[in-house]
Design a binder for this molecule. Structure first.
Ligand code: ZN
Ligand code: FE
Length: 265
C-alpha cells in the first residue's frame, strides 16, 4: 500500500455514480468491496453496489452540503458499522471519524490510502483526499472552474487552489459536478486566445453532445485551461482588470475579480 505511487492498486477502479442532475458520487471498488465519496443520495449508490455485487465498506465526505451528505443516514442504517470519514467539527450528522489536514486514511478493503488536505473556500469545512495519483476534490476545483464562495473568502479559496496546484501535474482530478461545459464558456470569455482552452472546449462539447462524462481531469490540464488557476497570467489579469474597470496587480485581486465575474456571468 503506497499512496505516493501514482496509480490505483491492481484490480481497483473508480467509477462515477451519477446523482441528481449533475453530481457524481465517485466509487472506489474492486470485485467485492466499495467505498463512495459524497453520497448525496443513497439510492443510486445502493443500486450500483447491487448491480455490481459490491458491499459498501466506507464513505468519505468532502463538505457538509446536502448534495454531498444527504445519503449518509440511509447508507448507515443499512450497515450500522459503516465508517463515515469526513470533516471535523461535529456539524455533519453521521460522521464516525473526523479528519483534518495531513491525516492518513487507510481503506484496507480496497488496498488504498489517502491523505487529507484542508481546502476552505467553498465551505469552511471543505477537505479533499489525495493519493494514488488522484485527488477527490469535491466542490473546490471543477474542470475549468472552481466552487462558489458560500463560506470562505476569496483569499482562502485562492490559497486552497494554490495548494492543489502544487500536486504533481499528472494527478487525476475527480470533481463532484458535471459543470465543465458551462465553465468552458466563461473560461473562453476570459482567455479567448488560449489555444489549448479552445481545443479543450471543442472536446468537451463533443463529449457532452454524446452524453459522455468530462471527468476526471488532470492538474496539468487544469493549469492550462482553468482561469481560476491562472490568475498569475498576464492575459487573465488583463481580462479581469478590464471587467473590474481598474488595474489589478496581485494574484488574489485577480482571482477575486474572476470569481465575482463568474458569479454574474
Ligand atoms: Zn457544495
Ligand atoms: Fe455540490
Amino acid at each position: 500500500m503506497n499512496r505516493m505511487s501514482d496509480a490505483l492498486p491492481d484490480g481497483v477502479q473508480i467509477s462515477a455514480i451519477p446523482a441528481f442532475t449533475d453530481n457524481y458520487i465517485w466509487c472506489l471498488h474492486n470485485q467485492t468491496h466499495a467505498v463512495v465519496v459524497d453520497p448525496g443520495d443513497a439510492e443510486p449508490v445502493q443500486a450500483f453496489c447491487k448491480q455490481n455485487g459490491l458491499s459498501l465498506e466506507a464513505v468519505l465526505i468532502t463538505h457538509h452540503h446536502r448534495d454531498h451528505t444527504g445519503g449518509i443516514a440511509r447508507l448507515a442504517s443499512a450497515n450500522p458499522s459503516l465508517p463515515v470519514i469526513g470533516p471535523a467539527g461535529g456539524h455533519i450528522r453521521g460522521i464516525t471519524r473526523s479528519v483534518d489536514e495531513g491525516d492518513d486514511i487507510h481503506l484496507n478493503v480496497v488496498n488504498c490510502a489517502f491523505t487529507v488536505m484542508e481546502l476552505p473556500g467553498h465551505t469552511l469545512d471543505h477537505i479533499a483526499f489525495y493519493g494514488h495519483g488522484l485527488v477527490l476534490c469535491g466542490d473546490t476545483l471543477f474542470s475549468g472552474g472552481c466552487g462558489r464562495l458560500f463560506e470562505g473568502s476569496p483569499a482562502q479559496m485562492h490559497h486552497s487552489l494554490n495548494k492543489l496546484k502544487r500536486l504533481p501535474d499528472n494527478t487525476r482530478v475527480f470533481c463532484t459536478h458535471e459543470y465543465t461545459q458551462a465553465n468552458m464558456q466563461f473560461a473562453l470569455a476570459v482567455e479567448p486566445d488560449n489555444e489549448e482552452l479552445q481545443q479543450h472546449a471543442n472536446l468537451i462539447e463533443k463529449l457532452r453532445s454524446e452524453d459522455n462524462i468530462t471527468l476526471p481531469s488532470s492538474m496539468q490540464k487544469e493549469k492550462a485551461i482553468n482561469p481560476f488557476l491562472r490568475s498569475h497570467k498576464s492575459s487573465v489579469a488583463a481580462a479581469a482588470s478590464q471587467w473590474q474597470g481598474e488595474e489589478l496587480d496581485d494574484d488574489t485581486a485577480v482571482f477575486t475579480a474572476l470569481r465575482r465575474w463568474k458569479d454574474q456571468f
